[in-house]
Design a protein around this ligand. Structure first.
Ligand SMILES: [Zn+2]
Ligand SMILES: [Zn+2]
Length: 492
């Protein structure tokens, strides 16, 4: 699976566009198109339903992106959220110091009268034997000594641009859960363990973003801070360790339930020396992206670091009263943090298939029906017949009260099916002469329309009034085979 195939499909079919494309694009910013926004909303909705709505131990918040600047002092972002960076003195390009040797480099070779070569990363020149010392991009400028570059976007709050008004776009959603810990605890009368979830935008001024929507400067996160009493034990283990493992399992199961294949998922335990200073243990769920195995989400045990830091900097107590032991404790927190854009990329990459059907290539996105941007496409078999077209529009309007449903009559039926397959629409409904009948010939219709299932391409005839109930069953996790068994197959 090649990333270019996904980028091209995304643009062609309205999933993802380059931001401000008519102006040449904005560095690694992407816009979700008509189908992309549906897919993205579906991912967030399903995540929220499964991890917030369905659980008695979870609540949600939606916090503002601009927070008090001291939040970032307390969290450590102001001092530590940095990458080492070097600049070219000639062309002014900027590189991450730790990645500059991983780039192919431009070389004007003295041994060949100054001819220009592009040499693979890490290799010396084949003519003069030199290794890269200058800017890999222009091949002329010297690089500055590395200096720390903070990845937070700085901005000004209020009408004056002065130091006192400096604030930041949040680089993660997590801190809002910590600073609202007491508000949520008191207003909702919660008992440990409980979690606070939030889905929202974050911003990181990455020096080298890239790989389509894998790493972007503006992105959306789905984060949970799950607070546990560190003095409790569950199944004979410290509560924080028990819940950490539970969340790893639950998150892994969630990605599989919505379609990611087992062989494309794995866990990666962070080594001691790569753990963040606050973390007791971190495990990544990695996905085999088109760019190789990379982080899909991280699940960290952040201990009591954040609550303690915010208590210290704000002067407010951020503790929980343990009724049983009659003492105040600072909860530990387990943080399952997923990126929406990355999840979307994984779901699309995993769903993408090229199949051969009767000697022809078929591209199909085998998206889980709950994630698919369009649930049903209604297609008239004869667009010249007003009664058929009218019936198709009526079916669309009825179903569209509950799901995203489209009508399309802009091509022949085979072409229309292929278009829907390519964007992952799980079901198509066709209305034909058999449905409506032919008044001139005195033939009555059977009042049934055809439902075609995307993956098996099987077709059944279903009475039009039963359509809403049938789709409710199918789109609520019902198995196609079970539903199909109750209706006659369509005559090819
Ligand atoms: Zn340069
Ligand atoms: Zn050379």
């Amino acid at each position: 699976m090649n990333m270019d195939v996904l980028v091209s499909l995304s643009k062609r079919r309205g999933f993802v566009f380059q931001s401000s494309e008519i102006y040449g694009g904005t560095g690694s910013c992407w816009d979700y198109g008509p189908l992309g926004v549906e897919l993205k909303n579906n991912i967030k909705r399903v995540w929220w339903r499964d991890f917030v709505q369905a659980r008695a131990d979870m609540v949600g918040i939606d916090a503002s992106i601009l927070m008090h600047p001291t939040v970032w002092k307390a969290s450590g972002h102001l001092d530590h959220f940095t990458d080492p960076m070097v600049d070219c003195r000639e062309c002014r390009r900027r590189f991450r110091d730790d990645q500059v040797d991983a780039l192919a480099w431009t070389h004007y070779c003295a041994a060949t009268k100054g001819n220009k070569f592009t040499i693979p990363a890490g290799e010396p020149c084949g003519h003069c034997g030199q290794r890269r010392t200058l800017c890999p991009e222009c091949g002329k400028g010297e690089l500055t000594a590395p200096r720390q570059f903070n990845l937070m976007f700085k901005t000004f709050m209020g009408p004056v641009e002065e130091d006192a008004a400096v604030t930041y776009l949040r680089p993660e959603t997590a801190q809002a859960m910590f600073v609202n810990f007491d508000n949520v605890l008191q207003s909702m009368r919660l008992k440990l363990p409980f979690g606070i979830a939030q889905a929202g935008r974050s911003f990181r001024n990455e020096i080298t973003p890239g790989n389509f929507i894998f790493r972007t400067r503006e992105f959306e996160q789905m984060e949970i801070e799950f607070f546990v009493n560190p003095n409790d034990r569950v199944e004979g283990r410290p509560a924080d360790e028990y819940w950490h493992d539970r969340w790893i399992e639950d998150c892994m199961a969630w990605f599989k339930r919505y379609g990611l294949r087992e062989e494309n998922l794995r866990l990666r335990e962070h080594a001691r020396d790569e753990l963040a200073h606050y973390a007791k243990r971190t495990v990544d769920i990695e996905y085999n992206f088109p760019i190789g195995w990379s982080e899909l989400m991280g699940i960290a045990n952040r201990t009591d670091f954040d609550l303690k830091q915010h208590a210290k900097w704000s002067g407010k107590s951020l503790t929980y009263f343990d009724e049983e032991r009659k003492e105040h404790v600072v909860p530990f927190v387990v943080e399952p943090a997923a990126g929406v854009d990355r999840a979307l990329l994984a779901f699309m990459a995993d769903a993408y298939r090229e199949e051969e059907v009767r000697g022809e290539k078929r591209v199909v996105l085998r998206l889980h029906p709950e994630l698919a941007p369009l649930k049903v496409a209604v297609l008239p078999l004869l667009k010249k017949r007003d009664d058929i077209v009218r019936a198709a529009h009526e079916i669309r309007a009825t179903l569209a009260r509950q799901w995203r449903v489209v009508y399309d009559d802009t091509a022949a039926i085979g072409r229309l099916y292929r278009r829907q397959d390519e964007v992952g629409t799980p079901y198509c409904v066709t209305v034909d002469v058999q449905t409506i009948g032919d008044a001139e010939r005195g033939e009555r219709g059977d009042g049934r329309a055809t439902i075609r299932e995307r993956d098996s391409m099987e077709q059944i005839r279903v009475p039009i009034p039963e359509m809403p109930a049938v789709f409710r069953e199918l789109l609520d996790g019902g198995a196609w085979q079970q539903v199909a068994g109750r209706y006659p197959p369509a005559r090819g």
